[in-house]
Ligand binder design. Structure first.
Ligand SMILES: [Zn+2]
Length: 199
């Protein structure tokens, strides 16, 4: 198993890419050439900043219309959840579920995990670090699929259009949603999981 538990006092540097262990003075990984540092600089404050920004963007993303449907001269906006309900009501269960998971459940899960990791450090809950590391790997894995969220929004719009419901425009929520996705990715990039194992 890896050496994530290397306490900062042990004077070793772990490569976050390939998990090779190095001496302190080294700045580049011997095995994979990634640049290495004992701890990412100002990781905690930057992670906090980006996770808060992501949260602020996620709120309007859920409250404002994701798409605006113009039919017979009237504009009608619908939020993500209204979109989910729309598809469920029209017996499009698969689509409703995909949109719910990708646009509501996953973004909230990712943010919750990052807050949890930051709190482990803030309250020095070292015994929760292993769980934290597992969760960190999970959101890192999901991170690769983050653009799926945005893809789903596009899909949602095209599906409604396909059903001939008049003209559709993406609403303000789409932009907020992209912001939330991007800031969440940056927050998880700025986070240094090794900090959880420090005393
Ligand atoms: Zn490496």
């Amino acid at each position: 198993m890896m050496n994530w538990k290397t306490d900062i006092s042990e004077g070793k540097v772990l490569c976050l890419i390939c998990e090779e262990l190095h001496d302190l003075e080294e700045v580049q990984c011997r095995r994979c050439s990634a640049s290495i540092s004992q701890r990412k600089p100002s990781s905690i404050s930057q992670t906090w900043a980006y996770v808060l920004a992501a949260t602020l963007f996620l709120i309007p993303a859920n409250l404002m219309p994701m798409m605006v449907v113009t039919s017979m001269g009237t504009d009608e906006g619908s939020t993500i959840m209204e979109g989910v309900i729309y598809f469920l009501a029209h017996k499009e269960y698969g689509l409703g579920l995909i949109i719910f998971v990708a646009s509501v459940a996953v973004p909230i899960f990712k943010l919750s995990v990052i807050y949890f990791l930051l709190l482990i450090i803030a309250f020095k809950q070292k015994e929760k670090a292993k769980l934290g590391l597992k969760l960190f790997h999970i959101i890192h894995c999901i991170g690769k699929w983050s653009m799926l969220d945005i893809f789903v929004v596009a899909l949602m719009v095209s599906m409604v259009q396909f059903q001939g419901l008049a003209t559709i425009q993406t609403g303000a929520a789409a932009i907020s949603f992209c912001g939330a996705v991007i800031f969440t990715i940056i927050a998880s990039e700025k986070f240094d999981p090794r900090l959880m194992f420090d005393k």
